[in-house]
Design a protein around this ligand. Structure first.
Ligand code: ADP
Ligand code: ZN
Ligand code: ZN
Length: 648
């Protein structure tokens, strides 16, 4: 017997191997290990056959070395998802198949053990009950649950999952990586105990295999996972819940650049199950489809416990006096008030490190990364200059490399600097900083959460890591120190991002007692900032969708972004001229932007150019051109991003 094997390589070719007798039960979709060149590679069986057609010298055919256990075998539905990803996201077929199949090691299963902890079961309010009924009764394939922060969406999901469980159906609950905190997992496991498994990149291979196998064999009713869990086969799936649907990490940033939302909908269609997207700040794309009635629009416009939304105030930094570099007088006063009441303050700042660059005061030289076109961030505690793109670091030089001056200034503040300022202003306060630098240890989050609940901290300073999903009862003041930092990004979604982030961060305040939010800004009249101030996301949507329509941006058209990368700038620029003219010739000039240097042009030792064009029903044609161009330019790396979320 012989088998055709597909590899995770950027071309579509399959390779024939012979099947040893001991593997005679091998089937399409099986995962195998085979010799490939001088090494062993994992492949997926595309088909099994009696004869090695088209191969002259049978003695050259190599034998399959290992056959993985059958719960790794790709299902027909998975093959169909791979086919759609290949055709829609214009990736290689091998890459699409391997993305769907996932990367696994055939190791012993390690069971995940959770116990039910039936504390405080909540009585649903009328809105929540209506939302559940609306979802259970709609005929629409996709629903959008638009529920303001703290409106009790999670409780709605619980009941939906239970109703499916009663019908002996399984649920798949997907969350972005950053929102899949131990706190959220615990809420689900407290409720459903051993019926749950979790699937994310932080688990051991054994634990991931447990999630895979138990979901596939119907031994668990609920799988909680991040992006790639959307591909895990189920025995009898009933519902897919995709929470925080506006999060950009649902889009894969490497070939194939699939969108988890789209894959979830395909899966819904193929397995005849309903899909629900949830968010307090839905993406423009989803919101539009719910307004038009393509999706069932389900709303929760009040907080679950009946509490009012926090009052949000803008601090106009153009006129407001400051008490330190980053803290306004107003913010300072509010922090004092909150500490006096023995409540907690959460300060949000979206940049880690101490300063964002070190500049020579006499000649203006800025210290940059050697691999990227990016300034190095100073991290004071460890006394290093670090690149936030490639992690390159060096010790800060004593003398300017250009003029020998020893007079430097550190510009731009990160969370470390904020921490220092706050410590100076409030020497008695117990402060914790939460960012990538402080939170890497395994138990960080569970410790942090416990200490928050015990009120062992007064002030929390953090990046977006604290902006999502957390529910801290004693936080009554949320401060945003620099609200405008996204607005200037060269990205048509910068207003949307700002509105989403501010609304989410503001939503951390006043969870169990009334709260306030203070937002420091230089753009107090910007509609994205006003959206967070007035808790009026629908009005923001109305304004933003008009703007997109006029400018002819998504969701009114679909883009493809091609990112071309190579280490030699001249070679890349020469090739790009050809590539661009070939593309233009085949697909036309309309909406053709670029080639343009990417916002970060030089990154990790590679130069990057962007090309952006519109795609509609000419997908097949675009695919063929790209395939042709790729084979003509084998040295250059192509990233093909259909419906791109990241434009930079
Ligand atoms: P969301 O996911 O929409 O942000 P959660 O489900 O986390 O909201 O609920 C926010 C808070 O409101 C939680 O502390 C939850 O216990 C509480 N809550 C939710 N629904 C109700 C309800 N019906 N009655 C009282 N409290 C509720
Ligand atoms: Zn200098
Ligand atoms: Zn770098």
């Amino acid at each position: 017997m012989f088998a055709d094997i597909l590899f995770n390589l950027p071309f579509d070719r399959k390779f024939t191997y012979s099947v040893p007798h001991s593997f005679s039960f091998i089937k399409k979709g099986d995962r195998v290990k085979v010799p490939f060149g001088s090494r062993n590679m994992t492949g997926i069986v595309l088909n099994v056959k009696e004869n090695p057609d088209g191969i002259d010298d049978i003695s050259k055919i190599k034998e399959i070395l290992e056959l993985y256990s059958p719960y790794f075998r790709m299902t027909e539905i998975q093959f169909e998802l791979a086919r759609r990803i290949w055709l829609y996201y214009l990736s290689g077929y091998g890459q699409a198949v391997h993305t769907v199949a996932g990367a696994y090691k055939d190791v012993r299963i390690k069971k995940q053990i959770f116990e039910i902890n039936p504390e405080n079961k909540i009585l649903l309010n009328v809105n929540q009950n209506n939302a559940i009924n609306q979802f259970m009764n709609t005929d629409k394939k996709t629903s959008l649950l638009y529920g303001v922060t703290g409106s009790g969406k999670t409780e709605v999901y619980f009941t939906i999952i239970e109703q499916f469980m009663q019908k002996n159906k399984q649920a798949l609950y997907l969350l972005p990586e950053i929102a899949l905190t131990p706190q959220i997992v615990k809420r689900f496991t407290d409720r459903f105990g051993e019926k749950v498994a979790v699937f994310n990149s932080k688990l051991s291979n054994g634990e991931r295999n447990y999630a895979l196998k138990s979901f596939r064999q119907g031994e668990i009713d609920l799988l909680i996972g991040t992006r790639s869990a959307v591909f895990l086969p189920a025995k009898h799936l009933g519902v897919i819940i995709l929470d925080e649907e506006h999060e950009s990490t649902f889009k894969q940033q490497d070939n194939p650049c699939y969108d988890t939302r789209t894959v979830a909908q395909w899966r819904g269609e193929l397995e005849n199950v309903k899909v629900i997207f949830g968010s307090a700040t839905p993406s423009l794309e989803s919101f539009k489809l719910s307004v038009s009635g393509d999706y069932e629009k389900i709303m929760l416009d009040k907080r679950g416990d009946g509490r009012k939304m926090p009052d949000v105030f803008l601090v106009d930094m153009a006129i407001e006096k400051k008490v330190s570099r980053n803290i306004s007088r107003k913010m300072h006063e509010e922090i004092i008030n909150t500490l006096q009441k023995k409540e907690q303050v959460l300060l949000f700042h979206n940049r880690r490190g101490f300063s964002s660059f070190q500049i020579c005061k006499s000649c203006g030289e800025v210290i940059k990364c050697k691999n990227c076109d990016i300034t190095l961030n100073y991290h004071k505690k460890i006394n290093k200059l670090i690149c936030h793109y490639c992690d390159f670091w060096k010790t800060p030089p004593k003398k300017c490399e250009k003029c020998n001056s020893e007079d430097f200034e550190f510009m731009g503040s990160g969370t470390e600097k904020i921490e220092e300022e706050i410590q100076d202003l409030f020497p008695k306060a117990r402060i914790i900083r939460v960012d990538r630098d402080t939170s890497s240890s395994k138990n960080f989050y569970s410790d942090f959460y416990k200490k928050m609940i015990n009120r062992e901290f007064d002030i929390i300073i953090g990046t977006q890591m604290i902006g999502k999903g957390f529910d801290f009862p004693y936080v009554t003041l949320v401060g945003v120190l620099w609200a405008d930092f996204i607005l200037d990004f060269p990205d048509f979604r910068s207003a949307e991002r700002t509105a989403q982030l501010l609304s989410q961060v503001a939503g951390r305040s006043g969870r169990a007692r009334d709260g306030k939010v203070f937002i420091q800004t230089y753009a107090k009249d910007h509609y994205a900032i006003l959206c967070a101030k007035d808790h009026n996301y629908p009005r923001f949507f109305g304004e933003e969708i008009e703007r997109r329509k006029i400018l002819k941006y998504p969701p009114f058209i679909s883009f493809v972004r091609v990112v071309l990368t190579y280490k030699d700038k001249v070679f890349l620029e020469n090739s790009i001229a050809d590539i661009t003219s070939m593309l233009k010739l085949e697909i036309g000039q309309e909406y053709f932007l670029g080639p343009a240097k990417a916002a970060v042009f030089f990154i990790k030792g590679m130069f990057r150019y962007n090309i952006l064009f519109k795609i509609n029903n000419n997908r097949k044609q675009v695919y063929e051109v790209i395939k042709k161009i790729k084979s003509k330019n084998p040295k250059i790396r192509f990233k093909i991003d259909v419906d791109p979320i990241d434009m930079m």
